[in-house]
Design a protein around this ligand. Structure first.
Ligand SMILES: [Ca+2]
Length: 109
């Protein structure tokens, strides 16, 4: 009986960890992009991959907060062109080279 209970507890814990692990990737990608440097101007908070940021945001992003996950920012739409990879952190300015250039971005899972 004790052996059975231990087995049950073990399996329950294993199952829980599996569920937690399966959910982790979806929960671990969150980013905020900003129109201007120093997190100023309009902002876009998302956990979604964007193959095109849209006409309004295209070539406008100047600063980024990566809340979680590792994100790839691309020069062109469709995840093409040069890529800038950023992990969790604050990026008050993407640099002169990348300023107002990003057209698509996605979380690298
Ligand atoms: Ca800008």
């Amino acid at each position: 009986m004790i052996a059975f209970r231990n087995f049950f507890v073990t399996m329950t814990c294993a199952l829980f960890l599996c569920v937690a692990a399966a959910r982790a990737p979806a929960l671990a990608c969150e980013v905020i992009v900003y129109w201007d440097a120093n997190f100023a101007g309009q902002s876009l908070h998302t956990d979604a991959d964007l193959s095109y940021v849209g006409d309004h945001w295209n070539d406008q992003i100047s600063s980024i907060r990566v809340i979680s996950g590792f994100w790839e920012f691309y020069w062109d739409a469709g995840y093409r062109g040069e890529v800038l990879r950023l992990g969790p952190g604050q990026y008050p300015f993407v640099g002169n080279h990348w300023n107002d250039q990003i057209s698509s971005f996605r979380c690298s899972r």
